[in-house]
Design a protein around this ligand. Structure first.
Ligand SMILES: NC(=O)C1=CN([C@@H]2O[C@H](COP(=O)(O)OP(=O)(O)OC[C@H]3O[C@@H](n4cnc5c(N)ncnc54)[C@H](OP(=O)(O)O)[C@@H]3O)[C@@H](O)[C@H]2O)[C@H](O)CC1
Ligand SMILES: [K+]
Length: 512
């Protein structure tokens, strides 16, 4: 069976569903979906005394059918179930009509008007819309969603939180302001059970905020029905074989050199953060090639070797270009030297902004023989593609793929559910991290970590996957230990990253 970590587009899910109907009656799938939803609901209610009521929201399509099937199973097993239709039940599609008959034969009851004072639900099942949502949710259904989002009980979304685009993780037409109806709405679920296959939109952009904890139910479909997928969720197994155990007989030269090109006047801290991260992520030696006056030394990290960029040989180390680089003429000229160097190169921040506005630098990047790794946040990505930030966020997977292909470089598009893309179209969505990373310097830390792994001879794809995973996991560990997410500073990530990296190496190389 395809792993739950493999991601499928809505089109691919439709293709699988269609193929499945050839071998099993479509209602069978809906029954299995309803069973999976009911089973998950029971798990979420395990500690509940069974006294309260489950509210089941039914929309106009087969997502509503799944919900009706779940409702009848829960009602038949003793739960008090209230069904609320956001549509005319008579117009439900055929499969959902079957589920409706089963619900009508069950003890479930229909509730027409949900009063704002109603707030003692044990659980809400969201069966309003699934992958068939085609336009923003507005009007009465949007008002219903606003009511649901203000409840404090678990909300289990069936297949997709209603209102969310299953491919992109955007709220459908979130940017559209619908006159008279306000902003488009989406269910903010605490949990989502998604059917047939996992979906990118549940894990990136708004997906992590609106889908909550995601469980996948393959509805018992055989693997042969699933097309090959070029998208998956990040996980340690994707880079575990690259985790290097250190031999006793080694020295600092065994672990490579990193040079951070940046640190313009007033922005030295960015370069220091990247360099400190590189040092604590295993690089043998770390230099800061400052483009203005050379930083004398880093008092807190005297191991860092500070040089003037003008005196630095860019062919002597893996380069992390961008942290605090600025966009001056000097910055441009030193970046040109870095692009020309035959060494691994991480391009972040102002290095990306300079490349975005000059085709000569873009040509230089494209003509590189050594590997490059780009680490844009959405606004830097927008500049690289000459489009708006909201268009980048509207389809993060497409944006990351486009940049990777345009510049022939592995690209990390940062943000909630960072997207790592390869020039060949492969995409991985990261699963670690939290709002603690929304702090100045977190990007500098990530670029320094990327540089350190590349200096230690990690292949660029595995280096990108590992760096993003470690960076997010460090933030998760800080929050789990009671620090943050509010107020975490980028510097605090650095020792955590080192700890997680060493834990992974020990686990990978401990005797079985
Ligand atoms: N087919 C099966 O047996 C299985 C399906 N699965 C579940 O089905 C959904 C997909 O079902 P589908 O009917 O294609 O779509 P939805 O239920 O998501 O709803 C689409 C209907 O909603 C209308 N629509 C779309 N946008 C809006 C809106 N903003 N406001 C109001 N109505 C809207 C749309 O009608 P239009 O023609 O007006 O566009 C559709 O009627 C899937 O997600 C699963 O939950 C099972 O997983 C497997 C078995
Ligand atoms: K739903």
């Amino acid at each position: 069976m395809p792993s739950n970590l493999t991601l499928y587009t809505v089109a691919e899910i439709r293709q699988i569903e269609h193929a499945a109907f050839a071998t099993c009656p479509s209602y069978t799938l809906m029954q299995r979906a309803g069973t999976a939803a009911a089973d998950y609901a029971r798990q979420l209610l395990a500690d509940h005394d069974g006294g309260a009521t489950i509210l089941v929201l039914v929309g106009p399509g087969n997502n509503g059918g799944d919900a009706l099937e779940a409702a009848s199973q829960l009602a038949n097993s003793g739960w008090d179930v209230a069904i609320h239709f956001s549509c005319d039940p008579a117009r439900l599609p055929a499969d959902a009509q079957q589920a409706l008959l089963r619900a009508q034969d069950s003890p479930a009851h229909v509730i027409h008007d949900i009063l704002p004072t109603h707030n003692d639900w044990a659980l809400v099942l969201d069966g309003l819309f699934g992958i068939g949502l085609t336009r923003p949710i507005t009007g009465d259904i949007a008002r219903l969603i606003e009511y649901i989002n203000n409840l404090h009980c678990p909300v289990l979304a069936l297949d997709v939180p209603s209102g969310l685009d299953a491919d992109t993780g955007m709220i459908v037409d979130a940017n559209a302001f619908i006159p008279g109806d306000g902003r488009a709405a989406a269910i903010r679920a605490t949990h989502t059970i998604t059917f047939i296959g996992n979906k990118a939109g549940l894990h990136t952009c708004d997906g992590r905020d609106y889908a909550g904890q995601v469980q996948v139910s393959d509805l018992g479909l055989e693997a042969a029905l699933y097309p090959p997928s070029s998208s998956q969720l990040n996980h340690v197994e994707l880079f575990a074989n690259t985790l290097q155990h250190r031999r006793q007989n080694s020295h600092k030269g065994s672990y490579g050199d990193v040079s951070v090109l940046g640190g313009a006047h007033g922005m030295v801290g960015a370069a220091v953060l990247a360099a400190r991260t590189a040092a604590k992520s295993g690089a043998g030696r770390v230099f800061i090639a400052g483009i203005d006056e050379a930083l004398n030394y880093d008092n807190a990290q005297p191991e860092l070797m500070c040089r003037r960029a003008a005196d630095f040989d860019f062919n002597s180390a893996t380069i992390v270009a961008g942290p605090g680089l600025g966009t001056s003429r000097d910055a441009h000229d030193f970046l040109l030297q870095a692009l020309a160097a035959n060494v691994p190169l991480v391009l972040d921040a102002d290095a990306l902004n300079l490349i975005a506005v000059e085709s000569g630098l873009q040509q230089k990047l494209l003509s590189r023989k050594a590997l490059s790794l780009l680490t844009p946040h959405p606004l830097e990505a927008a500049r690289l593609l000459g489009i708006s930030n909201s268009l980048i966020q509207a389809d993060r997977l497409a944006a990351a793929r486009t940049i990777a292909k345009k510049f022939n470089a592995v690209t990390i598009l940062k943000g909630s559910g960072s997207v790592i893309a390869a020039p060949d179209g492969a995409v991985v969505i990261n699963t670690t991290g939290n709002p603690a990373l929304a702090t100045a310097g977190a990007g500098d830390v990530l670029s320094g970590l990327c540089g350190a792994l590349l200096a230690q001879k990690w292949p660029v794809w595995e280096a990108a996957l590992a760096a993003v995973w470690l960076h997010g996991k460090a933030a998760d560990n800080l929050v789990a230990s009671g620090i943050g997410p509010i107020g975490v500073t980028a510097s605090e990530l650095i020792p955590e990253i080192r700890a997680v990296l060493n834990q992974l190496v020990s686990r990978q190389h401990s005797p079985r």
